[in-house]
Design a protein around this ligand. Structure first.
Ligand SMILES: NC(=O)c1ccc[n+]([C@@H]2O[C@H](COP(=O)([O-])OP(=O)(O)OC[C@H]3O[C@@H](n4cnc5c(N)ncnc54)[C@H](O)[C@@H]3O)[C@@H](O)[C@H]2O)c1
Length: 438
């Protein structure tokens, strides 16, 4: 089988590499010529555990190809995945220009029947727009080539993307005819040998499922953050509350970790886009709106705690920051809470020394020398007035507190992810602030 995956970012590259690993011939396309050139040389543009090995192996086996020209591998292709970005537009709606550009190209180049699959997260009705765009181009060519549409939203998590793709809990596929379902089933068969289901449904339901899943997860995060803030006020410990509610099987314990708000390329934009879709259709998603507002507030929580501690005076203060990526095991800093904290601290006159195991290069591209980049976690806290733990990378879990006592100017820790034991930290003479922990 031969497929094309258009867009070689976090989703497209993982999709292409995993299908190639299952024996499919995959052509990965991207408009970014440098990215494609790097991939052809075995240089992976993103940090994603296990991805490099998969890409290099399948490229060498000639099951994986990289090109900037979508027409390069079109001969004999059965399925074309659209996995380009859908960033938020000015009004919060998902910006479909990349997706529709690809649709136009597809209409211009296909030579036989194909299934066009949207893997990008797109609002309800997008598949129809893609279908119309492709058909318009075919009409211009006076071509009667047939094609079908499918919606196959992606649920992978950055940092565990390969595992999620290869052993998905479920695969959602929106179709409007059986033949398309058969082709998609054949393609995905190697990934459901664990008996997890392929859920076939209509296209609109598949499109909404992706947004509803992300909005649900975001809701849990905002909910527990609000309860944590209440614990702070009332002198309770959110960790006890979290365990107390999480052990109820109706609730479960996943995604109930308080912190400094969700970020990343998906939750913020998808919650916004869902709110906008509903609004445009005359319905207000009040819960989702509150989730978003709570998250915006939560991104300020560490800064607010710091302001109180330093009595609003950040003059000559240096803050050591551990973690920049929006979550561990990725170099992705899109909508990361670290960026909000950095902006607020810089505006208040503080200086920042930051360390992240993977995301410093991405941060440098965005912030340049507005902050200082440390060589390791201890360098980041040498001589600082306080440390803020922003991303819970594994290497931050057991710091050498003796060493930190000696090198930090102010023995103050703001634990934005509640990874430390407050009792132990305070025993070592540190001032400790967590989220919702008395
Ligand atoms: N990142 C995630 O964890 C994740 C998870 C599930 C779903 N999604 C969704 O998948 C989609 C892609 O997300 P991503 O994180 O991979 O984005 P990304 O920004 O990492 O990658 C998108 C790629 O598409 C390329 N591109 C843009 N226009 C193109 C065109 N016309 N032709 C070819 N390539 C083009 C860009 O150069 C870029 O390399 C989004 O809709 C996103 O919401 C992302």
């Amino acid at each position: 089988m031969k497929i094309i995956v258009v867009g070689s970012g976090y989703v497209g590259l993982v999709t292409g590499a995993c299908f190639a690993e299952s024996g499919v011939n995959v052509v990965c396309v991207d408009v970014d010529a440098k990215k494609i050139q790097n991939l052809q040389n075995g240089v992976i543009p993103i940090y994603e555990p296990g991805l490099e090995e998969l890409v290099v192996r399948n490229y060498e086996k000639k099951r994986l190809f990289f090109t900037t020209d979508i027409s390069d591998g079109i001969e004999g292709v059965e399925v074309i995945f659209i996995a380009v970005g859908t960033p938020p537009g000015e009004d919060g709606s998902a910006d479909m220009k990349h997706v529709l550009n690809v649709a136009k190209q597809i209409g211009q180049i296909i030579t036989n029947h194909v299934v066009v699959v949207t893997k990008s997260t797109v609002p309800v009705g997008t598949s129809e727009k893609i279908r119309n765009t492709i058909q318009e181009e075919l009409n211009k060519r006076k071509s009667n080539i047939k094609f079908d549409m499918a919606s196959n939203p992606e649920f992978l998590k950055e940092g565990a993307a390969i595992e999620d793709f290869q052993k998905p809990e479920r695969i959602v596929i929106g179709i409007d005819n059986e033949k398309t379902g058969e082709i998609m089933k054949r393609l995905y068969m190697p990934f459901v040998l664990n008996n997890h289901p392929i859920l076939f449904m209509d296209i609109a339901s598949a499109e909404i499922t992706k947004y509803a899943a992300n909005a649900m997860l975001a809701t849990r995060i905002s909910f527990i953050n609000e309860i944590a803030n209440l614990c702070d006020i009332l002198g309770a410990d959110i960790n006890n509350v979290r365990k107390g509610i999480g052990s109820d099987s109706r609730i479960g314990s996943k995604f109930l970790y308080p912190g400094i708000g969700y970020g990343g390329s998906c939750f913020p934009k998808d919650v916004k886009a869902l709110i906008k879709t509903a609004h445009d259709n005359g319905y207000e998603l009040n819960v989702a709106k509150a989730v978003e507002q709570t998250n915006e507030n939560q991104k300020n929580i560490i800064f607010n705690k710091m302001s109180e501690f330093f009595e609003n005076n950040f003059k000559n203060k240096v803050i050591g920051m551990w973690g920049l990526s929006f979550k561990p095991k990725t170099d992705d800093i899109r909508e990361a809470s670290s960026l909000v904290l950095i902006e607020k601290l810089l505006l208040s006159g503080a200086k920042i020394k930051a360390y992240d195991p993977e995301a410093m290069q991405e941060t440098k591209k965005l912030l340049g020398n507005k902050i200082e980049y440390a060589v390791d976690l201890y360098d980041a806290v040498n001589g600082v007035d306080a440390m803020a733990l922003v991303t819970e990378w594994s290497e931050f879990h057991f710091p050498d507190l003796d060493l930190m006592s000696k090198i930090m100017k102010g023995k103050v820790i703001f634990d934005g992810r509640n990874i430390y034991d407050p009792v132990e930290i305070r025993k070592q003479g540190f001032v400790y602030f967590g989220i919702g922990r008395r």
